[in-house]
Write a protein of this length. Structure first.
Length: 193
């Protein structure tokens, strides 16, 4: 059991028999006799439905122990993604909705830690940043303004805003959660001695 004030992003909890993954937590302090409140953003691991309940800070919730296993992403089909354990070749499917925004960055052969509860795959742990190639954007220009941005489409189909100096075919780092541009990936050039 855990107090609502101790909830953290990534935890799994059970409420009324349903298993939820915590996607976000915000604690608000109370004033005078008013108690504080813990606002949460949860996703039901079976249905993929979002829920944003509020709890009292000292309210007790059942936290769940998750098992992590490294797995390889194989392919996405319709509304599911298929992962394989690299040693046993066991394959499991999970609904795309449960994987959240990181699902857009999955590539065949990618290795990820995957979380299981009672033998059921409930989520994958994505890195904070992903490197993706820019498929389409306006030609690169060098402007005097550092704050000038343009639209770009990445190879995974995601549309984002990038600085004017980014050209088609370049690799960029993108924040997985938000899909926000972070920086250009610099290619290492070999120096001749």
């Amino acid at each position: 059991m855990v107090n609502a004030s101790e909830l953290r992003e990534g935890m799994a909890i059970r409420i009324e028999g349903q298993v939820y993954k915590v996607l976000g937590v915000e604690a608000k302090a109370g004033a005078a006799k008013m108690g504080g409140v813990v606002k949460t953003k949860l996703i039901n691991v079976r249905s993929g439905r979002m829920w944003e309940p509020h709890f009292r800070p000292l309210e007790r919730l059942e936290d769940l122990e998750l098992e992590r296993r490294p797995m390889e992403f194989l392919f996405a089909e319709d509304d599911t993604c298929t992962f394989m354990h690299p040693d046993t070749y066991e394959q499991v499917e999970v609904a795309r909705a449960i994987l959240g925004p990181g699902e857009r960055f999955l590539q065949a052969g990618m290795q990820l830690p995957v979380e299981f509860f009672e033998g059921e795959l409930i989520s994958a742990v994505f890195p904070d940043l992903a490197e993706v190639r820019v498929a389409d954007t306006a030609p690169a220009t060098h402007s005097q303004q550092d704050s000038a941005w343009k639209e770009a489409t990445l190879e995974n189909g995601l549309d984002i805003r990038v600085p004017m100096f980014i050209a088609p075919g370049e690799r960029v780092r993108v924040e997985v959660k938000t899909g926000r541009y972070i920086e250009r990936v610099r290619s290492e050039r070999k120096r001749s001695a």
